[in-house]
Ligand binder design. Sequence first.
Ligand SMILES: Nc1nc2c(ncn2[C@@H]2O[C@H](COP(=O)(O)OP(=O)(O)OP(=O)(O)O)[C@@H](O)[C@H]2O)c(=O)[nH]1
Ligand SMILES: [Zn+2]
Length: 216
Amino acid sequence: MTLSNSSELIGTDRLEKQLETNGHSTVSEQEMRQSIRTLLTELGEDPDREGLRDTPKRVSKAWQFLTSGYNQSMEELLNGAIFNENSHEMVLVRDITLFSTCEHHMLPIIGHAHVAYIPNGKVIGLSKIARICEMFARRLQVQERLTGQVADALQDVLQPQGVAVVIEATHMCMVMRGVQKPGSWTTTSAMRGVFSDDARTRQEFMGLIRHSPQFH
Ligand SMILES: Nc1nc2c(ncn2[C@@H]2O[C@H](COP(=O)(O)OP(=O)(O)OP(=O)(O)O)[C@@H](O)[C@H]2O)c(=O)[nH]1
Ligand SMILES: [Zn+2]
């Protein structure tokens, strides 16, 4: 199923249709709200008090947004922004802010992605690299899979000489609860093509992402 950009607001009618047809959920918007209401009650809250009255609706909308990456199509996301270019030097977009959701606890994963590729006759619009990251981040994830999906998607659409993806993230399930380790960061990488085969290319990439960016 193809839907438009995840950052668009989704109207309730369209949202319900999407929920019924996207294959990831058959629950309606109403059922989702009801389950959030039940959760509030089970937590000992009064879901009818003023501050919580619209919370099921808000939470439902928030989760639709946070998981909207399931409904995006690569074709729409790319919008044709792949250009023929006879360049064979590394392209790196670093410090792409990422917000994802851990599939074990449904708590936030917050971090950065660094994405590089070496073209092989085609380049991609730079913003599309960040959009690809967002599409996979806005799903229930584990960091390893997210990293590999970004690498495979770029490899697929560009057939470059290689792709490298490093994600550095902190998991709220390890910070706010459980083992409670604020300041812990997880680094994952996915190397494809020349980044996997050639240590010098990989080293060049690693050297570039170590360097601090000029602007934040
Ligand atoms: N590999 C991997 N593990 C993750 C990720 N996000 C969360 N986890 C881990 O998933 C594991 C789930 O372990 P369980 O023992 O089933 O769940 P739990 O009892 O809530 O575990 P604790 O977090 O240790 O309290 C935990 O070790 C989490 O840290 C991720 O992106 N990748
Ligand atoms: Zn977790």
